[in-house]
Design a protein around this ligand. Structure first.
Ligand code: RP5
Length: 162
């Protein structure tokens, strides 16, 4: 079964990453969400990636804060697409996580999205856009969603226009 795997470095990341999971629920896309840390549980992380690939994970999403090495650790272990979501918090409120996630050496890409809720949701959208390359039903759903988003802009505007 094809699915997207979401890995968070800590339970404290869940409040934000729930938005990522909710986006997959909205589109009826299979996903799995677990907690595993690049630093606190490196063996569990490595073993999980292998297990997830064997079970059918097609894209990985890694969320971590502070010295955010989780997405990089995933990228080092799998050739499936890895999307990194930097988490806010810590002394630099996420700037450290954003730079750790985005600054990967050549040949080891992590598709880094925005900090916080927008990033969590966009990681889900990007993962679905990757899956939709070979899933025409999902591709249609994503196109319909764009129409809904555009209509909402018009509706919101009408509510405040004078
Ligand atoms: C990172 O450190 C986690 O991803 C989390 O964003 C941050 C803080 O973790 P906790 O101390 O809240 O568990 O590894």
């Amino acid at each position: 079964m094809n699915f997207v795997s979401i890995i968070m470095g800590s339970k404290s990341d869940y409040e934000i990453m729930k938005h990522c999971a909710d986006t997959f629920e909205k589109f009826n896309v299979n996903y799995e969400i677990i907690i595993s840390s690049a630093h606190r549980s490196p063996v569990r992380t490595k073993n999980y990636i292998k297990e997830a690939e064997e079970k059918g994970a097609k894209v990985f999403i890694a969320a971590a804060g502070m010295a955010a090495h989780l997405a990089g650790a995933l990228a080092a272990t799998t050739t499936k697409p890895v999307l990194g979501v930097p988490m806010k918090g810590g002394a630099m409120d996420g700037m450290d996580a954003m730079l750790s996630t985005v600054q990967m050496p050549a040949g080891m890409p992590v598709g880094t999205v925005a900090l916080g809720r927008s990033g969590a949701i966009n990681a889900a959208y990007l993962a679905m856009q990757i899956l939709a390359i070979s899933d025409s039903e999902l591709a249609v759903k994503l196109k319909e969603d764009r129409i809904v988003q555009a209509k909402k802009v018009e509706t919101d505007s009408k509510e405040i226009e004078v």
